[in-house]
Design a protein around this ligand. Sequence first.
Ligand SMILES: [Zn+2]
Length: 372
Amino acid sequence: MGWKEIKNMYCLRCGMEYAAGDFFKGCPRCLAEGKPASVSFQYHPSGLHQAPSDELLPYNDRPYAGEGQTPHIYHSSLSDTYKVEIWFKNEGQNPTGSHKDRMSPYIVQRAIEAGFTTVASASSGNAGASLAAYAAMAGMKGVILTTRGINPIWKQAIEKTEATIIWKDYPMERWAHMKEEVEKGNWYPATNFMNPPVGSNPFGVQGLKSIAFEIIEDMEKLPGVIVIPTSRGDLLWGIWEGFKQAYDRQVISELPRLLAVEPFARLQAVRHGASYIGNFEGNAAETPSVAGTTVTYQSVKALQESGGEAVVVPTERAEAEQQELAEAGIYAERSSSLVLGALKQARRTGMVQEGEKVLLLLSSNGYKELLV
Ligand SMILES: [Zn+2]
C-alpha cells in the first residue's frame, strides 16, 4: 500500500468514518438518505508547526509530469485599478494546462494499486485531456466520455494519447454509461457519475490541497480572499481542506475566505436556501469548464466553513473579462476569466474591502481554447 499515512476516511456531511478505500458514490450512509456527499481523508497526526506537503497527500510515488509549483504573480496595474492587492495563481502552467494535473497522478496511482488497467473520465475537456496524458504516462488505457461541444484543441490532445473518446449527446448520458462500466468493474472512475452528484474521485481531490500548501509556503502574508472558478467544487474543497490541515498543525493562524465564481445561480441559490439536491438551469455556453446544472455538498461546506460566498458572473461576460485580463498580459481560458468579474462585483458590493489581499485562481490557460 502506498498510502501508509492515511488513518481513515470520513464523510464531509455526517462525519462517519470508513477504512481507506474507494468511495465513488460518496458516503454510503448519506447516499441511502438521498443526500449524497463526498468522503475525504484523515491522516495520522504529525508534527505541529511543520509545513504540510506530501505527507498529507495519498501517495509519494505517482506518475509525475512536472505538475504543481505554479507561480504566484502580483499584478500592480490591476491592483491599482481595483484598489486591492491582486495576485494570480496560474494553474494554466501545469503540463496539460490546467489544475486537473494535480488530480490525475493520484487517480492513476490508485487505479494501478487497485488493479485496474483502464481509467475513465466524464469531461468537458480539461479533466479528460489531463487524465488521458497521465494514463498514457503510466501505460494505462484512458477512456474519455464527452459531448460534441468539446473544444477541438482538447479533442486533439486526447486523441494523440490514444485514449478512447466516447461521444454522448448530453452530459448526463456520460454519467449513465460510466456508472454501468464502473459497476461491472471495468473502469476506474476519475469523475462523478451519480445524479445528484458528489465531487470527483477523492484521491484526485486530495491532490488539489497542494495549491493551498504552495500558497502557504510561498506567500509571506496569506491572501484574505481566494476567488475560485467553480462547477462541482473539487477545487473549492481541495483548497479549503489544504488550508484547514495547515491551520490544525498551527502552521497558519488565519484562514482565507473563499469566493466561488459560477456562470449562473446554483451554489448561490443554495446559499440563499435552496436544497443542494436539485437541478439549476442556466446558460454556460461560453464557459464549459464551469458548466453543469448541479451542486455538490463539498462546495456548500467549503463556503460555509470559510465564511465565503458564491458570486454569479454571467457566461456572456466571459469574453469581456478574458479580454481585460489579456490586455493586462494574462491570457486565461474564458471559464477562468470569470474570476476578474467576480472580483469587480465583490468590490462593488463590499464583499472585498479596499486594500485587501486577493488571490485569483486561474484554473486553465487561454491557449487551450480555440474559439469556433
Ligand atoms: Zn455521510
